[in-house]
Design a protein around this ligand. Structure first.
Ligand SMILES: Cc1cc2c(cc1C)N(C[C@H](O)[C@H](O)[C@H](O)COP(=O)(O)O)c1[nH]c(=O)[nH]c(=O)c1N2
Length: 239
């Protein structure tokens, strides 16, 4: 190894083993990914133990973030009155949403249950502080929205860790971006990224509920991959 790289190498003590997981652990990771579902209906009222919630939040907080800016914050919502206010805003926006579809599709939309705000014992408003890290952040210099993407990475970590803990998560996004700001007193530079309904579940759908209810269908992997050896997938750049 050249001398220069020896000088800059990190302390080997700090480098964890980077080989593949053993088969059981590997299976567990893929199982969490494949069996994770969006939950709207099935929340049990059982409260989530603090120790478990901390693990989930720590998993979220371990997400990658642009320039290590960690722009996320998690607002935990348990008060029925706060949930009621959020559910009311959702109800209004969801009625608007239904008018954006036509004919049978609008009827089908109205039959869908798209949130569990008041039935989930815990709601979490995940926000992104767009000023965190100052005006110039490594990696965000040319792409302003990567702080939002980082926050989404935190949401996904939370969602997968929750699956492993037997806790369901439902993402509710049928709001205007600024609708929830007054509910939580959020300043101008803080963006709402996700509103999550969270609670124990004892069963999960085997496939996306929107697929089971014939709203949509999962695309085969080959449709969304472009590989020089095999050509472009059929959904790439579909108009
Ligand atoms: C950014 C974002 C926003 C939303 C969602 C997801 C994501 C990633 N999803 C859940 C979505 O419908 C669901 O993930 C897909 O249908 C796939 O199903 P599974 O997550 O595999 O169960 C969702 N579901 C819902 O009932 N109401 C909603 O407002 C939203 N909003």
């Amino acid at each position: 190894m050249p001398a220069a790289s020896l000088e800059t190498a990190a302390d080997p003590e700090e480098l964890p083993e980077a080989g593949p997981f053993d088969e059981v652990a590997r299976e567990a990771v893929y199982r969490a990914i494949e069996s994770r579902r969006d939950v709207r209906n099935e929340f049990l009222p059982t409260p989530i133990a603090d120790v478990v919630l901390r693990r989930l939040l720590a998993a979220a907080h371990a997400a990658p973030s642009v320039g290590l800016s960690q722009p996320w914050s998690f607002i935990l919502v348990r008060e029925p009155e706060t949930k009621r206010r959020v559910a009311e805003i959702f109800g209004r926006r969801n009625a608007e949403a239904a008018t954006m579809f036509e004919g049978e599709r609008a009827d089908a939309y109205r039959r869908l249950k798209l949130e569990g705000i008041e039935t989930a014992p815990l709601n979490i408003c995940v926000v992104c502080d767009r000023a965190r890290g100052g005006p110039v952040v490594l990696g965000r210099t040319h792409q302003r929205d990567v702080d939002l993407y980082s926050t989404v990475c935190a949401v996904q970590n939370f969602w997968l860790a929750a699956r492993a803990e037997g806790i369901g998560v439902g993402w509710v996004s049928i709001f205007e971006p600024d609708d929830l700001k007054p509910v939580f007193g959020l300043p101008h530079h803080v963006a709402v990224v996700a509103y999550l309904c969270v609670g124990h579940v004892d069963r999960l759908h085997g496939r996306p509920e929107l697929e089971a209810r014939r709203w949509g269908a999962r695309a085969p992997l080959a449709d969304v991959v472009s590989d020089e050896r095999w050509g472009a997938g059929s959904l790439l750049f579909e108009r």
